[in-house]
Design a protein around this ligand. Structure first.
Ligand SMILES: NC(=O)c1ccc[n+]([C@@H]2O[C@H](COP(=O)([O-])OP(=O)(O)OC[C@H]3O[C@@H](n4cnc5c(N)ncnc54)[C@H](O)[C@@H]3O)[C@@H](O)[C@H]2O)c1
Ligand SMILES: O=c1ccn([C@@H]2O[C@H](COP(=O)(O)OP(=O)(O)O[C@H]3O[C@H](CO)[C@H](O)[C@H](O)[C@H]3O)[C@@H](O)[C@H]2O)c(=O)[nH]1
Length: 325
């Protein structure tokens, strides 16, 4: 397929672009490089430096481009920043997505796969989160992503777009020469590995008084390669005039302590973990039900937490300062 990957200079988008190229798709990456890395755009992909907030630039890329689909990753995704500066998230994520949809409609691009998030569910007190769980985001990041999900449902109904929202839980791991390099880094696994490598003195455990087996928060971690595979399936199975939503998780949660212990075992390094207060807005537990993705996409995660930590560790050792170093 001829595909546009927005946000393809970022962590997940670059790895999806790489998998698409590997199976023979023709890939163009559109990214503003605001939070991405030119070095992460896979060889073989065409690259356009453009901002989704610039409708003329987006229209110029799509118009006459002959694209058969768009995989849309480009977004702001720092929960804390979204609470302090919600306007950045409404503009960057919602207006950006609207500009993209306008350009796709004008150019007649038939399908879109979108990076949604577990944050659309807020803080549900259930063991496994299904797609039927009420939407109740607790921050502007989740609100912006839920708004885009709703835009896609309307767009599909009115204009026949084949749209799929993939609700990622916690994405981790690396894939060959591509890995996770966020500034600032807020995600647990890269921070734990920086502590293992000695590039930071310790890692914080945010909260030890949660109602979970060991008192620390539980998350459902998915390897970025497994996640990437789900995008390819979604592109193939998207139905014109429909908007489908799929959770991407493993139905198995791990606590912060379990993640740190796994990293100790994988790296063989000492990792100093300091117990701190809860981070504001962190729910005790987020674990995905994935029956819908199994049935509808034929997708199931294959890689373990150990695989994610090992692959991220290999990448971290090869890129101790990230892409910039
Ligand atoms: N990492 C996770 O665990 C996780 C979980 C749930 C959902 N998501 C979603 O997945 C997507 C990818 O996440 P990631 O971790 O790879 O993020 P990332 O920050 O590494 O990549 C996002 C990319 O989008 C680009 N971008 C941002 N705004 C843009 C704009 N207006 N125009 C053009 N480019 C723009 C950035 O420069 C960056 O390269 C995001 O939409 C995020 O919300 C991520
Ligand atoms: O230094 C750290 C960093 C994180 N944590 C804990 O580790 C768990 C995982 O935290 P991450 O920041 O790695 O991931 P989140 O679960 O907070 O965030 C994920 O889910 C969010 C929605 O809830 C967004 O979608 C976000 O992009 C995605 O990475 C949380 O319980 C957090 O409190 C620590 O204890 N110490």
């Amino acid at each position: 397929m001829r595909l546009l990957v927005t946000g393809g200079a970022g962590y997940i988008g670059s790895i999806v672009a790489q998998q698409l190229l590997a199976r023979g798709d023709d890939v163009t990456v559109l990214d503003s490089l605001y939070r991405g890395h030119r070095e992460a755009v896979p060889e073989g992909a065409a690259f356009v430096e453009a901002d989704l907030l610039d409708p003329a630039a987006v229209g110029a890329v799509l118009d006459g481009g002959g694209f058969e689909g768009v995989v849309h990753f480009a977004a702001l995704s720092l929960v804390g920043e979204s609470v302090e500066h919600p306007e950045r998230y409404w503009r960057g994520n919602v207006v950006g997505a609207l500009n993209l949809l306008d350009a796709m409609r004008a150019a007649g691009v038939p399908r879109l796969v979108f990076s949604s998030t577990a944050a659309t569910y807020g803080e549900p007190a259930v063991d496994l989160i299904t797609e039927e769980e009420p939407n109740a985001p607790v921050n502007a990041y989740g609100n912006s992503k839920l708004t885009i999900d709703r835009m896609l449902a309307d767009e599909a109904r009115a204009h026949g777009l084949a749209a799929v929202s993939l609700r990622y839980f916690n994405v981790a791991g690396a894939s060959g020469r591509l890995g996770e390099d966020h500034t600032p880094e807020t995600h647990l696994i890269p921070l734990v590995l920086q502590a293992a490598a000695g590039t930071r003195p310790s890692v914080a455990i945010f909260g030890t008084d949660y109602p979970t087996p060991d008192g620390t928060a539980v998350r459902d971690y998915v390897h970025v390669d497994d996640l990437a595979r789900a995008h390819i399936l979604a592109l193939e199975k998207a139905v014109p005039g429909r908007h489908d939503i799929f959770n991407l998780g493993s139905e198995r949660g791990y606590s912060v302590r379990e993640v740190i212990d796994t990293a100790r075992a994988v790296t063989g390094r000492e990792i100093v973990a300091l117990e701190e207060d809860r981070r504001a807005g962190d729910p005790p537990q987020l674990v995905a039900a994935n029956a819908r993705a199994r049935a509808g996409l034929g997708w199931a995660p294959e890689k373990s937490l150990e695989d994610m930590v090992r692959d991220a560790w290999v990448w971290h050792q090869a890129h101790p300062g990230g892409y910039g170093a």
